[in-house]
Design a protein. Structure first.
Length: 323
């Protein structure tokens, strides 16, 4: 008798979750951006959301939940209802590095369901225009000759711009004084205003300012130049061979979100990534599209685990202090 009741309950639950998934989405859903508006993660979420709403037939809201290098925003997604209506955008910093720096009250792998790998971009070394250097070699010499460390804007300890800064320090022997913001959007404003000296930034955040001449670029951290910014040399060409770093992003939902709903969100995101107009917007920002065979939820999950293996030792060795 007891067994029959349990089977009946399971059947009803399965029925409702399928019915629920069939009916998804029946109202607007939210993409949580763990950094400030106007920055690279925000820009990517808004471009993607604008196109995903066409595939899903419901408006997409963007909510900026900032702080602690994105770990607060990711926590908001972890603790949200697993119903598909809360989707988190994240990246190498928020969904890999932060696990090696912060005592998080969640697990980056087991408390989130991967949805899709998003475009990536090489980092770019940029400074305020007042810096007396025109090449990467001159910049490094200037940084080494300074009595006090130069100031470098970041989106917090563990963010992409911070991890890239640590990597730049370890690759050159320079020292940097990090200035944390709630995103590289506001950090960029201070760089343009000359309040800070440099950012090791995501290309997508700096490229329009470089084009406008409001900041100076020295190199992109990749073996090949960015198609939409052919004048900016690679680190290999600029005298720092092998200094390569690409910041990838992704979408995640809370653990326990029905597979059918993850599938619908994945399909809508892939649809958006295949849209020529969206691709053009992303490529113009220096973003590189993920390979078509790596657009499954599984592919993002596997990649995240591989990146955790790769980056945690370096990050832990850097012994990053957080308040
Ligand atoms: C942002 O959107 O502000 C960035 O993703 C921050 C970063 O990680 O550097």
């Amino acid at each position: 008798m007891r067994r029959t009741v349990l089977i009946a309950i399971a059947a009803v639950l399965a029925f409702y979750s399928i019915a629920f998934a069939d009916n998804f989405p029946s109202r607007p859903f939210t993409i949580v951006v763990p950094f400030s508006a106007g920055g690279p993660s925000d820009a990517m979420a808004r471009i993607l959301g604008e196109r995903m709403k066409m595939a899903l037939g419901q408006p997409v809201l963007v909510e900026n939940v900032t702080g602690a290098a994105g770990s607060i925003g990711v926590g908001r997604v972890v603790h949200a209802a697993p119903d598909g209506y809360t989707v988190g955008i994240g990246h190498l910093g928020t969904n890999v590095a932060n696990g090696a720096i912060y005592k998080l009250n969640y697990d980056l792998v087991s408390d989130l369901e991967p949805v899709v790998l998003l475009p990536s971009n090489p980092m770019i070394i940029v400074s305020k225009n007042a810096v007396p250097a025109k090449t990467l070699k001159e910049l490094i010499a200037w940084l080494k000759a300074r009595p006090a460390p130069a100031t470098a804007g970041t989106a917090g300890a563990g963010s992409g711009s911070h991890i890239a800064g640590l990597y730049f320090e370890s690759a050159t022997g320079i020292q940097l004084q990090y200035v944390p913001y709630r995103g590289t959007g506001p950090a960029m404003n201070d760089l343009i205003a000359g309040q800070i000296d440099l950012i090791v930034d995501q290309t997508s955040n700096s490229i329009n300012q470089v084009r406008a001449g409001t900041i100076r670029a020295y190199a992109v951290t990749d073996a090949k130049r960015v198609d939409s910014a052919p004048d900016i040399p690679t680190t290999d060409e600029a005298g720092l061979p092998g200094f390569h770093m690409t910041l990838w992003s992704g979408l995640w939902v809370p653990k326990g979100t029905p597979k059918e709903i993850v599938g619908k969100l994945n399909a809508a995101a892939v649809d958006a990534l295949n849209d020529p107009a969206v691709r053009k917007q992303f490529e113009n920002l220096g973003l590189q599209m993920p390979p078509p065979d790596r657009l499954t939820p599984q592919a993002l999950g596997d990649w995240q685990k591989a990146e955790i293996k790769k980056w945690w030792p370096m990050i832990k060795a850097a012994n990053v202090k957080v308040d």
